[in-house]
Design a protein around this ligand. Structure first.
Ligand code: GLU
Length: 467
């Protein structure tokens, strides 16, 4: 059997970490088995579906490299097919026309609740064999089996059993002619030959209904695996509409896709004590049986740790390329600054994200025209002005522009005018970066380049003189 999984998001909100985990597990399961991964957009809820959510799905999956082999299918483009299946079911009397009015149904519902019973359709039209409906408002219902049980072996939770007596006759086509959610899922899973359905536990109660319809259509029932919830750091369920962070925000915040995927795979799946999984290891080791039944909680600190790990342990050219793309998206002209591989080398051990690196590197690309009050008060002194002027003269004369020679200037100035190297480095650092922290100042000066370095020194000298 060729494994075929699907990711079937409803485009009714942001693609968040929970949806990505469903996509990732489905994708990995397909990849592990050399199978196929299908993308299906479940957009039949016309009121709540949004184009912006569809974009969020495509962009998120593409950024993370979760490529699909088939699709994207859109349910709204398959309406004829759903109609066709409904007609077959009507013909075979697996479905029937129901003309009960909303008012009637509401009254029945109220009575059932008053009696303490679970509200359910009583089957009024089930055996009426209504055919001639002319213009009358009607829905189409599935003839759910009246007796017996629906059982399935959930790959994560073991056997799950529902009593058919608990399930009423599901509406499969609304009075406006639109097929309903559970029905479309069934037809799609059947037509797309899905072998494994990996989805959130909120769908467990849909599963027996879907199995009954699949049985009536005489198709093989897929294997089901229902994933437990993901909770936010406060312990609340992550919900598309309330507290979900759009996956693209992780990009905006400078996370690497591998780091995010590695973090997400561990939200509910484990392989011994192993924490770091590159993509090939994920594909090789992923299985359904090691998925936990309990809920998982996001941990932002762990994600930051993971990202730092990937920034520091991925090949230099790869990280530099990610940084290049990131900076360009932030409108930084990377051509105007130093070689990005050198920058990554210099900064990566200090930072958790590309965003942090970008912020720390801004002074390579932008002029320094702001100094904060404390810096001015503490460092913009006549003594420092003199230090800078002395450095300027030496830097100006420097013919071989390298780290060694720049460090030597700092040493020489220190001996010449009897100030500590620390003091010299600090005022040079402030002149070069506008700030009191940076990597080794000689390296920073080296990367900034002679011309710009001199300009920046001159700027601060003038600034101090004008105070
Ligand atoms: N469209 C559903 C959702 O976004 C998923 C349905 C399924 O996986 O069967 O929650």
């Amino acid at each position: 059997m060729k494994v075929k999984t699907r990711f079937a998001p409803s485009p009714t909100g942001n693609l968040h970490i929970g949806s990505i985990r469903t996509a990732l597990y489905s994708w990995l399961f397909a990849r592990h088995h050399n199978g196929k991964f299908v993308l299906r957009i479940e957009d039949t809820d016309l009121v709540r579906s949004e184009l912006i959510s569809i974009d969020s799905i495509f962009n998120g999956l593409k950024w993370l490299g979760l490529n699909w082999d088939e699709g994207p299918y859109f349910q709204t483009k398959r309406l004829d097919r759903y109609k066709e299946v409904i007609n077959v079911m009507l013909e075979k009397e697996d479905a029937y026309i129901c003309v009960c009015s909303c008012q009637e149904l509401e009254e029945i519902r109220k009575k059932q609740i008053e009696k303490g019973n679970k509200p359910r359709y009583p089957g009024t039209c089930r055996n009426l064999n209504i055919k001639n409906i002319s213009n009358q408002n009607h829905v189409i219902r599935f003839k759910n089996p009246l007796f017996g049980k629906v059982k399935f072996q959930d790959k994560i939770r073991g056997e799950i059993v529902f009593d058919n007596a608990e399930l009423d006759d599901l509406v499969i086509q609304r009075s406006n002619g639109m097929p309903t959610y559970n029905f479309c899922v069934v037809v799609d899973d059947m037509d797309m030959k899905i072998t494994h359905v990996i989805r959130g536990e909120d769908h467990i109660s849909n599963t027996p209904r879907q199995i009954n319809i699949l049985n009536s259509l005489k198709v093989k029932i897929p294997v089901y695996a229902h994933l437990s919830m993901i909770l936010d750091e406060k312990g609340n369920k992550i919900s598309k509409r309330k507290n979900a962070i759009n996956i693209i925000e992780y990009y905006e915040n400078g996370f690497l896709p591998e780091a995010l995927l590695n973090y997400i795979i561990r939200l509910g799946w484990s392989y011994g004590d192993k924490e770091i999984f590159n993509i090939s290891e994920m594909k090789e080791l992923f299985n359904l049986k090691s998925i936990t039944k309990s809920s998982s909680t996001v941990n932002f600190k762990k994600l930051l740790w993971m990202n730092k790990y990937y920034i520091n342990n991925s090949p230099l050219d790869y990280v530099s390329n990610c940084l290049k793309n990131y900076m360009e998206k932030k409108n930084i002209n990377v051509e105007k600054g130093p070689d990005l591989e050198l920058l990554v080398k210099l900064f990566r051990s200090r930072h958790h994200t590309l965003k942090e690196i970008t912020e720390s590197c801004r002074y390579f690309y932008e002029e320094i025209n702001f100094f904060n009050h404390t810096v001015i008060e503490k460092y913009f002194t006549r003594k420092n002005c003199f230090i800078l002027q002395t450095c300027y003269k030496k830097i100006e004369k420097l013919s071989i522009w390298d780290n060694k020679n720049i460090s030597k200037i700092i040493n020489d100035v220190s001996e010449l005018i009897k100030v500590t190297k620390k003091e010299i480095s600090m005022i040079l650092r402030i002149s070069m970066t506008g700030d009191v922290c940076s990597p080794s100042i000689s390296t920073v000066i080296l990367l900034i380049g002679k011309e710009k370095a001199l300009l920046r020194i001159n700027n601060v000298v003038n600034y101090i003189k004008n105070l």
